[in-house]
Design a protein around this ligand. Sequence first.
Ligand code: CA
Ligand code: CA
Length: 177
Amino acid sequence: MCNIPPGVNPEAYQWFHSVDADRSGFINSKELKQALVNSNWSNFNDETCLMMINMFDKTRSGRVDLFGFSALWDYIQQWRALFQQHDRDRSGSISGTELHQVLTQMGYKLSPQFSEMLVQRFGGRGGSHGIQLDRFIQACTQLQSMTQVFRERDTGMTGNVRLNYEDFLASAVTRLM
Ligand SMILES: [Ca+2]
Ligand SMILES: [Ca+2]
């Protein structure tokens, strides 16, 4: 515990060695998946793990080092706190109504129907039970990314943009992969 490098979250430092199952000194998406559980005790889904590894993988090697893991750890904790804060009925999942409150707090002006649609899309099996933490992180992160694509082009802040189809796809692909 005495050798924690500066800028590394002590909690993440402690976890790093147990998450790094093959002791390679790096965490890949498979190792991350084994380490993360939702409130219903299911492991995080592959898509969310891969997405988060890619976000904090500076070298495009499909894995993160201790520093990347520490940043990723903080990222997950922030979403977890937001998730718990808005899981008003303590069901362990986020419903459409609860998601709408999250998005409103984050500054989005979106309809309640849009949140319902997101929960349907990310919740699986009709989404009647809401979304778990992994899907919550995935949905919110993708929403942020796509919003960023839009805002970069909406220079006049009009809420409307004209996008070339391939330009749009290219932006989406770079953000999501
Ligand atoms: Ca490893
Ligand atoms: Ca709930």
